[in-house]
Write a protein that binds this ligand. Structure first.
Ligand code: SIN
Length: 485
């Protein structure tokens, strides 16, 4: 932490109504690379969350009434501050989350790109006029901000998942309260500090950092002043939170788990497919919702593909993310390591073949070696569950229709990827995959201009793009009559 150029970015308490709020109790933030405690953060309570909601509620009318151009300018200022402090924010993120510094700085730029996108989009919230049935009537449609938005965000993207929700909400004219993951609140608090410096008015952006996730979650999902709730995280918790929102009929967006297939057809450019898979699988050490989970390779090219892939994996450097040239940092926690290991051991018992990796770097560390498995079958747990770690699991297939059916044989539907050079196949497969996002000859598909989100039990709602803004807007129909009098 002493390496931060701007020590003012290291905040250790929650932020609402434009102020920092202390607490009598604190919780530790640990660097997953070293196990060292890097900060102590004031533990906000459910009562604090209620105050944050009250602040957001009080700020809403003024914020919503401001011209879009003014909201846009403030968002632009905020994004510029993120970019000005990219090095410090990246370091904070690596220290609390573990991802390599270059990737962490990339996440800051990614978060800032949502602020910029929605700052621009704020000025393009258009309504409609519709031809009316009667000559003396006119029909108009207004788009208005939904109100106070509450969000719960995950540890795997401590900056960008907040930035992309908050950017859309604030652009639309909503005010915002977020509870960041308890493991990674420092990036969220630094975002609040920069929102403050950018001049975002008191109560418009609020952060509640606390360990009592259930109690804080109850406030955010059940308080009637909250109009919309947005969650990124596991499917099980998402279902529970959505139920809690039903009591006050909130609008809900859920970005939940995935089980992304990555299909390599025999006609694909195999080198490009290896590059795409490496990017999709090993980003954040395999800890993203859109990470490849199942790799399906057409039988006739699986040997060649496996060899190329193993070569690429052998070049990955694993280590503390603050060191130079590291590609893979630690997993987030002991539980995360244990889960990856359990899936791997079960797969080996069920007949999978291990090509490399397959264990932690050392028994007491959270560094899991990049791993390649083949001879995977559809029945194995490693196929059916989200791995969330740096393990590639290869299975083979014969026919296109079989690949599509196996790719769709999951309750999840977030992201899918496939590689092919055949234009007819590209359309057939793209249309046949039951997923919210499909990368075709691309392993990295996230960007602010595109609608991010899933189908089936991967959730609903979209983030980024014009569709992401629409999720924060109500549609109001005005019927203007009596025009003949
Ligand atoms: C996620 O893992 O939830 C987000 C990944 C992304 O935005 O690319």
């Amino acid at each position: 932490m002493t390496k931060l150029h701007d020590q003012g970015l290291l905040k250790n308490s929650s932020y609402w109504h434009g102020e920092w709020h202390r607490s009598n109790t604190h919780f530790n933030i640990t660097n997953p690379a070293s196990g060292e405690v890097i900060a102590k953060v004031a533990d906000a309570s459910a009562a604090d969350a209620e105050q944050a909601v009250a602040a957001a509620h009080a700020a809403f009318a003024d914020w919503a009434a401001r011209p879009a151009a003014e909201r846009s300018q403030l968002l632009m200022r905020w994004q510029q501050l993120l970019l000005d402090h990219q090095d410090d924010l990246g370091l904070l993120l690596t220290l609390e989350q573990g991802k390599p510094l270059a990737e962490a700085k990339g996440e800051i730029a990614y978060g800032a790109s949502y602020l910029q996108w929605f700052a621009e989009e704020a000025k393009r919230v258009y309504g409609d006029t519709i031809p009316a049935k009667a000559a003396n009537q006119r029909i108009m449609v207004l788009k208005q901000p939904v109100g106070v938005v509450a969000a719960i965000t995950p540890w795997n993207f401590p900056n960008a998942m907040i930035a992309r929700k908050a950017a859309a909400a604030l652009a639309a004219g909503c005010t915002f309260v977020v509870k960041p993951a308890q493991l990674t609140p420092l990036s969220a608090l630094a975002l609040a500090e920069l929102a403050h410096r950018a001049g975002i008015p008191a109560g418009v952006f609020n952060v509640i950092a606390g360990t009592d996730a259930a109690a804080i979650g109850e406030v955010l999902t059940q308080d009637a002043r909250v109009a919309k709730f947005s969650f990124t995280g596991s499917t099980n918790i998402g279902k529970q939170l959505a139920k809690q929102c039903a009591g006050t009929v909130k609008r809900v967006s859920l970005e939940l788990g995935g089980n992304a297939p990555f299909i390599v057809f025999a006609d694909a450019d195999l080198d490009a497919a290896v590059d795409g898979l490496m990017a999709s699988k090993f980003r954040n050490a395999g800890q993203t919702c859109v990470c490849t989970n199942r790799v399906l390779v057409q039988q006739s090219v699986i040997a060649a593909f496996t060899e190329k892939l193993q070569q690429a994996i052998s070049k990955l450097k694993i280590g503390d993310g603050t060191r130079d040239n590291v590609d893979i940092g630690p997993l987030i926690s002991e539980d995360a390591c244990a889960k990856v290991d359990k899936l791997l051991q079960a797969a080996l018992k069920q007949g999978a073949k291990l090509h490399c990796g397959g264990k932690r770097q050392s028994a007491d560390s959270l560094f899991y070696l990049p791993t390649l498995l083949s001879d995977i079958t559809a029945e194995m747990d490693i196929t059916q569950q989200e791995i969330f770690g740096p393990v590639v699991a290869l299975q083979s297939f014969s026919e296109e229709a079989e690949a599509i059916a196996r790719a769709n044989a999951t309750e999840f539907g977030l992201a899918a990827y496939f590689y092919s050079r055949d234009i007819g196949r590209i359309w057939r497969v793209a249309e046949g995959l039951q997923y919210g996002m499909v990368g075709i000859n691309e392993g990295l598909i996230s960007n602010p201009a595109a609608p991010f989100g899933g189908v089936k039990q991967s959730g609903y709602g979209r983030e980024g793009s014009k569709y992401g803004l629409a999720d924060y807007l109500d549609t109001k129909y005005l019927c203007l009559g009596g025009l003949d009098r």
